[in-house]
Each structure stands twice: as structure tokens, then as C-alpha cells.
Ligand binder design. Sequence first.
Ligand SMILES: Cc1cc2nc3c(=O)[nH]c(=O)nc-3n(C[C@H](O)[C@H](O)[C@H](O)COP(=O)(O)OP(=O)(O)OC[C@H]3O[C@@H](n4cnc5c(N)ncnc54)[C@H](O)[C@@H]3O)c2cc1C
Length: 400
Amino acid sequence: MSAPAMTAAPVRPERIGAADLAALTERVAKVTAEHVEHTDREAAFPVAALAELRATGLLGLLVPVEYGGLGGTVADLVEASIALGRVDMSVAMVFAMHGQQVAALVRHGGERLRAEVLPEVAAGRVYLASVTTEAGKGGHLLSAEAALAAADGELLVDRFAPIVTGGEHADAFLVTMLSPHATNPGQVSLVYARRDQLEIERSGDWQPLGMRASHSVALRLRGRVPEHQVVGAHGDFRSVVTGVFGPLAHLGWSACWLGTAAGALSRVLRLLRSPEGRKQSNLESELLLTRLSRARQRLDTVYALLVQTERTVAEAADLTPPRIQLRLNALKITAAEECYAVVDELVDAVGMRHGYLKGSPTRLEQALRDLRSAVLNYSNDRLHLADGRLALLDPEVRFG
Ligand SMILES: Cc1cc2nc3c(=O)[nH]c(=O)nc-3n(C[C@H](O)[C@H](O)[C@H](O)COP(=O)(O)OP(=O)(O)OC[C@H]3O[C@@H](n4cnc5c(N)ncnc54)[C@H](O)[C@@H]3O)c2cc1C
């Protein structure tokens, strides 16, 4: 682990409540707001916000209390991601994606790995990055090209990772690779690797359109990890995806996007209601009112789908039925499209000065660039193809 002092986080008597969660999230949001202009302009990782995520214990939100974590639920992760997304989508995504990795460790890590890692996450010493995308196979989650090699109870990792959010600041990685015993490209293993177990080489620059503060660099990871650092059974990453990775990715990302679009609308409304806004805009304009209405309608639609999908995930014993997979994919596709559309339309609503230029208090320009990544971040095209196949498996078109 990165820090030398290794005192375990104290065990909390009970899981975190809503008021405490809101207060901790507010602390991170405040620090994020202080740095957001700089981190976006410089495409710099939000180190101050990560430090606050560590200090507040929010990195351990999903770590059970018996390991010293906050014992939060997926609903808590969603709430906190919305709140952070209102300020900065990059910070929200850093947080939500880390939560997804932690949930995979909690659910699928072996006892020894959980005992080693979860108290460290709870104590704020381990920020986890995700390595699933690969150069040859692109975003496809359920296959891998680079293979793990097994030797003397250890696994040899040699993996090029074209895009790793926070990769240069992460204390550990969850990496997908072909299982050492694989007979086909679908037998993928998920491996936990600490930074100090790896040689890490960065390649290229990070100069994207949006999501600039996510600092999602390309890395080459090489090293050895003990066999017990496999998460779930060798070759069975599919189970991790169905039960944890997929649902938490779609819920977490959608929450970040919703937060970003809601933050944008909120800033526009505050501007319009301000004395300056009242002077410059005609608040009785039917075009403006209709645009505001549509923005709000899109947000309420995404919120309803997000909350409903989160409940389905919390209550369902089995997430594999087509109707549940379809719902999860519908959430991701809908949130990506609608949240972008909200900000796009707000640009029309307020025009050049406050819609298109940097430096406006609405920050629509940044929100639009950030939200443009949503359809790409696990491509909506891929999900539509999967959904077409899933739809054919459910000819009764069941919803409940
Ligand atoms: C801000 C951001 C942060 C990210 N962070 C990480 C991270 O930390 N770790 C990580 O591993 N990944 C990360 N990713 C990668 C992300 O999860 C996706 O895997 C990646 O964006 C997909 O890249 P791609 O569009 O090049 O590839 P692909 O998914 O391969 O798609 C390329 C294009 O080809 C088309 N296409 C290709 N194959 C198919 C198919 N079978 N069906 C339909 N259409 C197809 C699609 O139209 C798609 O737009 C991040 C992405 C973003 C935007």
C-alpha cells in the first residue's frame, strides 16, 4: 500500500446515516469547487478532492462496518455521486468508479484479500482504479487479449491499459486479463494489484475534449501478484460483471451524469433569477419556459429511472433475467443521452455568453464537454446490440 503507517480504521458502531453522508459529501464538493476551473483547464487530476475523499472516509463508503468502513449502500453511492456530479463530473466519476471496484472486492474477493485490503480502503489509504478496456478489443467487457501467466503460486501481469481514470494516483488496480487456463477469449479473470507490486509506465499525453480532470491516462502495468489476489473464480469475470460491475457502473455513471446536468440547470436557473438575469432575459418568453421545462422533464425522467433501477438491483436475488439487464442498460443509455441533451438545450436557452463561452457562472461549456463522454463510456452502440438480443429473449415484454 502507498502509505507507510498501517493503523486499521476504527470499526464504526453502525452504518452511515443520510445526514452524515450529505455532510461528508458536501466537504468533498466544497474542495472540488475550489479547484474545478484549474483541474479542467490543465487536465490535472483533482488531488485535493481525492485527499478529501480519503480524509472523510468516503473512499470506504461501501466497505462494511466490520472492516472499518462506512457500511453504505448502493443508494448512498448514487446520492453521493449525484451530489459530486453537480460540481464536477470528473470527481464524481473518480468516486463512483472507485465505489464499483470496492463493491466487487466486497462481494467477490476471497477472505484473505478482503481482510488485507478493505480496512486500508476504509482508512482512506487505497484509491482503486479500473483496468478493463484493452487496445485490441476496445470497450468489450467480457473478453480479454493479454493473458495472465501462473508460476510458483504467483500471477504474472503484463497489461497495456489505454485509458485508466486516475491511473497515476491510484494505490491499486483491478485488472481484467485472460485467465491462465483460458481456452477462449471469454474466460476472463479479475486481479487486484497494488501499485507497489507493479512497474508502471505511462505512455502519451491526456488532452481530451472533456472529463479532463479524470486524468484517464494510458499505462503499461507489469508485475507479480500472489494467487489469492484473484477476485472471484479464475475465468469467471462474467459473474462479477452481472452481479456487481455492470449494475454499479450503470447506476454510478448515471448518477454522475444526472448530477452534472442537474448542477448545470440549477446554475442557469440561479442566473436567470438573479437581478442581472432578470434584466437580460425575458422570463415570460415561451421559448425559454419551454426549454426550461424540457430540461427539467428530462432530469426527472432520468431520476425516476435511476431510483427505480437502484431498487430493482437492491431487491432482486438474481440480476440475470433479460428484463433486469434491459432495465440496467436502458438506464445507462437514457441517462447518457438525456443528460447531454439537457445541457445542449440549455446552451440554446441562454445563448453565447452564458452557454458557449468559458468563464460563465453556468459552466455549461464544461458540462457539455464532460457529458459528451457519456455515450462513449461503454458505448451505447454496444449496449443497443446487446439489448436487441435480450429483447428477443423476452417475448412477453415483462417489466416486473
Ligand atoms: C472519461 C472516460 C474514462 C474512462 N475510464 C476508464 C477506466 O478507468 N478504465 C477502463 O478500463 N476504461 C475506461 N474508459 C473506457 C470506457 O469504459 C470504454 O471502454 C471506452 O470509452 C470505449 O472506447 P472506444 O469507444 O474506443 O471503444 P469501443 O467500445 O470498442 O467502441 C468504438 C466504437 O465502435 C463501435 N463499436 C465497436 N464495437 C462494437 C460492437 N460490437 N457493437 C456495436 N458497436 C461497436 C461503437 O460505435 C463505438 O463507438 C473510460 C472512458 C471515458 C470516456
